[in-house]
Design a protein around this ligand. Sequence first.
Ligand code: CLF
Ligand code: SF4
Length: 293
Amino acid sequence: VICQTAGDPLEQTRRHPCYSREAHHQYARMHLPVAPQCNISCNYCNRKYDCVNESRPGVTSEILTPVLAEQKFVVVKEKIPNLSVVGIAGPGDALANWDNTREAIERIKQSNPEMIFCLSTNGLLLPHYAPEIVELGIKHVTVTMNTLDPATGAKIYRHVYYRGEKYAGVEGARILLENQLTGIRYLAQRGVLVKVNIVMIKGINDREIPSVVKRAKQLGAFMSNIMPLIPAEGSDFAHLPPTGLQELNQMRDLCQIDLQQMRHCKQCRADAIGLLDEDRSREFYTGQSVQPP
Ligand code: CLF
Ligand code: SF4
């Protein structure tokens, strides 16, 4: 019998509730809400820092420092023994808050090397931080890439803030796209299991999704996750129709020919805790939230 180590990405994936459908009733994940800032502005985004009534990406009840996040982790791990994944999914972008993201992971990893660490990012800063991600031993990274066409990107992203400059429209979307492509390829070549999330927005990017998935596969992505648009109140896409389940599943079926599809995503909060199907974030609210930016 060959004994696989905790560092083997595929061994880890068997315990990852998002990457493995079989794992999602058995293993829990915990998001550390340590990443409040974002460096792009998506028209479907509306971040809420003190919100218990909504459950979707961008929403959290608290923002924590890495030290507070580690303390919360200790409590959660004690109460949820099947916790396998510690993820950073905002409420902004994990890489736009890299110092916090790295410190939180380093702290927890030191005493919990068996934990699977996971990041979710828009990909803008991947060319900068991918080497450190690999060095930290993070084997699961999600990149949200909605289009390969900067003209479509200009309809989805209002601005991209990059190296101290603000870029709008096609120019911003092109920078974002280039960095996503470079970053995904870099990570995949080094054994990181990259999941490409795609928000399906009717009339905006829906027809392009098969080509996004094909390119993700070429770059070495492990799977893709086509998600319905949530027309969040207060966001610029609030008036758009939500993506229907039937059209979503048809798109997933079509794309499955090219790449494995995630079909059990719950579009979690940035402070979600527990099994994907039963969020226990309220139970672990620390009451020590730091000021959002
Ligand atoms: Fe979190 Fe995302 Fe890691 Fe999972 S969520 S950072 S890969 S540990 Fe999972 Fe939630 Fe869907 Fe994300 S169900 S929104 S896919
Ligand atoms: Fe919002 Fe995420 Fe887009 Fe940033 S990348 S603007 S947090 S949806």
